[in-house]
Design a protein around this ligand. Structure first.
Ligand SMILES: Cc1cc2nc3c(=O)[nH]c(=O)nc-3n(C[C@H](O)[C@H](O)[C@H](O)COP(=O)(O)OP(=O)(O)OC[C@H]3O[C@@H](n4cnc5c(N)ncnc54)[C@H](O)[C@@H]3O)c2cc1C
Length: 430
C-alpha cells in the first residue's frame, strides 16, 4: 500500500486526505500551524465568549465536493441551507429590496426574482435576462476579456453592474470587475447562480469553521496515519523511488508520493526552479469586521450592502440559532487592497458609521466590542489570463502533486476550488 504525505492542512490538503483514505492509502498530514483549516479558521473571542472565523465564509449549493467532504466527516448538519436563493439588499440611500428566487424552480425562479427586485429598472432586468439566455446557450464571448468588458458589451447598465453584478463578482472572485477574468466568472454563473435552485442557494456555517473539518484528525489516525501540527516542511528531497520531506528541525518523513497543498508563494522555497510558475500568482485581501452591539437590529441572516465600503453583512446570532441578548454582525470587505493599511479603529469607525446610516434602528444601540481581521492573501487575484498560469501547474516526476484553491480547477479561489483541487491531485496517484 502506498504511503502518501500531504503538506498543508487547508481544505485542499484535508480533502486530499479524505479521498486518499477512501481509496485505501496510508496518509500523513503535515501542517505549519497548531490547528487545521488554513484559510478557513475560527477562534474564540474571550471578551464576548463567541467563536468567530478569520472571515465569514459563504458556500452555495454547487459546492458538491466540499459538501461531500462534510457529509463524510459528519458535519453537514452544521450548515444552514436556504431553500432557494434569497438575498436582502440595503443601500446607503435608505432603499431596501430583495432578490427572492423561491417562486418557481429553475431559471424561471431567478427571472421572477429579478422582476421583483426593486433596485433595477425594467430595461436593466430585460438586459440581465438576455445575458442569462446567452449564457445558457453558450454564446457569450468571454475569452481573454475582463468581466466588465463582457458586461458592457452585453448592454449591462452602470446601475445593474453596481447593484446586481458587482456584489456577486466581489463575493465569488475577490477581484475588481475591471480586471477580473470573465471566463472564470461565467463558469461560476453556469455552475452556480444560474444552474437552478439547488445549486444557487446560499449555505452558511452555523458554527466556527474549524468545527466543520476537525473530524479529519480522527479519520486519519483511525486509518493508521498521523496528523503533524506545528510542523513546517522546509525541504523536499527526491530519491530514486521515495520522496523525503524535512521539517524545520531537520526531522525526515519518507513517502511514495506527496501532495503539496500550500499557497504558491511558499512553494518556491520548497521546490525552486521546477515550480518557477509559482511566481506568477498574486493574491487579493479581504477585511472582516466583527461588531457586537447591545441589541439585535436585523431580522435576516445576511444582506448585501450597496454604496458603502461594507459589501456584505452577516447576522451571526440568527445564523447560529443561539439565544443571546446582544447582536453580533460580521461585515465583509472584499478586494480590500485600498483599505488594508488603514488602522483597525479607523476601519471600525467607518463601518459603524455606514451601518448607522443604513439602519436608523441602531442609533441608540451601543457598540460593545469589535474585532478586525485582515487576510492579506485571502484568495487568488483572478485577473484576465490567470487560467494560463494555472495550467502550468503540473505534477513533478508523477510523484509530487499540487493542490490548492489557486491550482487549475476552472473554479475561482474558493473552498470548493480547494476541495476539488484535492480530489484532482488524488486522482493523479495510481
Ligand atoms: C477572509 C476570507 C473569506 C473567504 N470567503 C470565502 C467564501 O465566502 N467562500 C469561499 O468559497 N471561499 C472563501 N474564501 C477562500 C477560501 O477560504 C480559500 O480559497 C480556501 O480555504 C483555500 O484552501 P487551501 O487548502 O487551498 O489553502 P490554505 O487554506 O491556505 O491551506 C494551506 C495550508 O498550508 C499550510 N502551510 C503553508 N506552508 C506550509 C509548510 N511549509 N509546511 C506545512 N504546512 C504549510 C498553511 O498553514 C495552511 O494551513 C475566503 C478566504 C478568506 C481568507
Amino acid at each position: 500500500m502506498k504511503k502518501i504525505g500531504i503538506i498543508g492542512a487547508g481544505v485542499a490538503g484535508i480533502n486530499s486526505a479524505y479521498h486518499l483514505i477512501n481509496k485505501g492509502y496510508l496518509v500523513d498530514l503535515h501542517e505549519s500551524r497548531d490547528n487545521l483549516g488554513g484559510r478557513i479558521n475560527s477562534f474564540f473571542d474571550n471578551k464576548m465568549n463567541d467563536e468567530i472565523d478569520n472571515g465569514q465564509h459563504v458556500l452555495i449549493g454547487a459546492y458538491k465536493e466540499f459538501i461531500k467532504l462534510l457529509i463524510g466527516l459528519n458535519t453537514f448538519n452544521l450548515l444552514k441551507i436556504q431553500k432557494a436563493l434569497f438575498v436582502k439588499y440595503y443601500s446607503n440611500n435608505g432603499k431596501e429590496s430583495q432578490l427572492d428566487t423561491s417562486f418557481l424552480y429553475g431559471e424561471m425562479g431567478m427571472i421572477i426574482g429579478l422582476i421583483k427586485f426593486d433596485f433595477l429598472s425594467t430595461k436593466d432586468k430585460i438586459n440581465i435576462v438576455l445575458f442569462v439566455l446567452k449564457l445558457k446557450f453558450g454564446i457569450l464571448k468571454s475569452k481573454n476579456k475582463s468581466i466588465l468588458e463582457v458586461l458592457k458589451y452585453e448592454n449591462q447598465s452602470d446601475n445593474s453592474i453596481l447593484c446586481f453584478w458587482e456584489p456577486m463578482i466581489l463575493a465569488t472572485m475577490n477581484t475588481q470587475v475591471g480586471i477580473c477574468d470573465a471566463s472564470l466568472f461565467i463558469n461560476v454563473l453556469k455552475q452556480g447562480f444560474f444552474a437552478g435552485r439547488e445549486n444557487a442557494k446560499i449555505i452558511i456555517p452555523k458554527v466556527g469553521l474549524c468545527n466543520l473539518i476537525n473530524p479529519i484528525i480522527d479519520l486519519i489516525s483511525n486509518n493508521n496515519g498521523n496528523v503533524y501540527l506545528k510542523n513546517t516542511i522546509t525541504e523536499i528531497i527526491q530519491s530514486n523511488d521515495k520522496i523525503i520531506i524535512k521539517n524545520v528541525d531537520g526531522e525526515e518523513f519518507e513517502y511514495d508520493e506527496i501532495i503539496i497543498a500550500i499557497p504558491p508563494d511558499r512553494i518556491s522555497k520548497l521546490i525552486g526552479i521546477e515550480a518557477s510558475w509559482a511566481e506568477e500568482f498574486e493574491f487579493s485581501p479581504i477585511i472582516s469586521v466583527y461588531l457586537w452591539f447591545e441589541r439585535e437590529f436585523l431580522d435576516v441572516d445576511f444582506a448585501s450592502i450597496l454604496g458603502t465600503n461594507i459589501q456584505w453583512l452577516f447576522n451571526k446570532i440568527l445564523i447560529s440559532g443561539e439565544m443571546k441578548n446582544n447582536s453580533l454582525v460580521s461585515l465583509t470587505i472584499s478586494e480590500a487592497s485600498k483599505l488594508i493599511e488603514m488602522g483597525n479603529k479607523e476601519i471600525v469607525d467607518m463601518c459603524e458609521s455606514e451601518l448607522r446610516q443604513i439602519f436608523p434602528k441602531l442609533n441608540d444601540n451601543k457598540l460593545l466590542h469589535y474585532r478586525v481581521i485582515k487576510e492579506r492573501n485571502a484568495t487568488l487575484l483572478a485577473t484576465v489570463g490567470i487560467e494560463k498560469a494555472r495550467e502550468k501547474v503540473k505534477s513533478i516526476n508523477n510523484r509530487i502533486h499540487f493542490a490548492g484553491c489557486w491550482t487549475d480547477t476552472k473554479l475561482p479561489s474558493t473552498i470548493e476550488g480547494a476541495a476539488l483541487s484535492g480530489k484532482i491531485a488524488v486522482d493523479k496517484i495510481k
